[in-house]
Design a binder for this molecule. Structure first.
Ligand code: C2E
Ligand code: CA
Ligand code: CA
Ligand code: CA
Length: 278
């Protein structure tokens, strides 16, 4: 209070310390997790909306915490992005996804694109080389890999970003623009990005078919995507009504709980054998 300024200063600094201590605790925990095999990739299938065939899967990281159980990425990815730990985490994710894809490639499965999420801080000129090296080490065909990048990546130096995208593209690795419409990137740049797919964010899918704005936004993204010759995928599809709206609007692919939640590799493989590859 104003009659006791010292007290409020003490209060704020204690609160700040607690926030900082919490961040440091999570950071050192995540560092430990990276080195001790506590991270795992879960895989969520993506389907062609017309044929119903599986076309790929998104790899989503989970922290298998010995005490806390399965920790979702929302609880550690933002911290990893601010501290820079995301770079090592991203290296692990790419490595792990390629190792898994190589196993499925060797098992003779039809090519499924495994999509890896790449944060803005990982999108540096060294990324294409690292991707090329990883593909080579696992003898993995590039058609098995896709990178999902968010609009925030594109807000940095555009020419530099396009240069990196071009190099990834030339490797034969697909690129998709994640969370499309939720950021601030200018539509005028969109035509210059060598991307294959636009991804409709779950925040828009959720309101379909009842929320008129969400329907309009999803419909507009689909229409822009088609005119630019990109594929369009909707994430977070949970109901048949949503699926029907998206189909009628010309969306190409779908992903969501209606089909499957993200699954550990073993369960995903079971899904492939018993359902999705039939
Ligand atoms: P995202 O890339 O937008 O991923 C989609 C999120 O929606 C995932 O949450 C997925 O599990 C969830 N989802 C998919 N379908 C449905 C549905 O039908 N209903 C509901 N309620 N949710 C659905 P998740 O796995 O918790 O990941 C959250 C975010 O964390 C991701 O959002 C992504 O931004 C980030 N992330 C996850 N893994 C990685 C990673 O390996 N690297 C990086 N840089 N970020 C990651
Ligand atoms: Ca994603
Ligand atoms: Ca995201
Ligand atoms: Ca999203």
């Amino acid at each position: 209070t104003s009659d006791n300024p010292d007290r409020s200063v003490a209060f704020y600094s204690t609160e700040m310390n607690q926030g900082m201590q919490e961040r440091m605790r999570v950071e050192s925990g995540l560092r430990h997790a990276l080195g001790h095999g506590e991270l795992a990739l879960y895989y969520q299938p993506k389907f062609d909306i017309l044929t119903g065939h599986i076309v790929g899967a998104e790899a989503l990281v989970r922290w298998l915490h010995p005490e806390r159980g399965i920790v979702p990425p929302a609880e550690f990815i933002p911290m990893a992005e601010t501290t820079g730990l995301i770079v090592q985490l991203g290296e692990w994710v790419l490595e792990q996804a390629c190792a898994q894809a190589a196993i499925w490639q060797r098992a003779g499965l039809p090519p499924l694109r495994l999509a890896v999420n790449v944060s803005a801080r990982e999108f540096t000129p060294s990324l294409p080389g690292r991707v090329a090296d990883t593909l080579k080490r696992y003898k993995l065909d590039p058609s098995w890999l896709e990178l999902e990048i968010t609009e925030s990546t594109l807000m940095h130096d555009i020419e530099r970003v396009i240069g990196i995208m071009d190099r990834i593209n030339r490797l034969g690795v697909a690129l998709s623009l994640d969370d499309f419409g939720t950021g601030y990137s200018s539509l005028s740049y969109l035509k210059r990005f060598p991307i294959n797919t636009l991804k409709i964010d779950r925040s828009f899918t959720t309101g379909i078919p009842h929320d008129a704005s969400d329907c309009a936004i999803a419909g507009t993204i689909i229409s822009i995507g088609r005119q630019l010759r990109h594929r369009v995928i909707a994430e977070g599809v949970e109901t048949l009504d949503q699926l029907e709206f998206l189909r009628q609007s010309g969306c190409d692919e779908v992903q969501g709980y209606l089909y499957a939640k993200p699954l550990p590799a073993g369960d995903f493989e079971l899904g492939l054998r018993e359902n999705w590859l039939l």
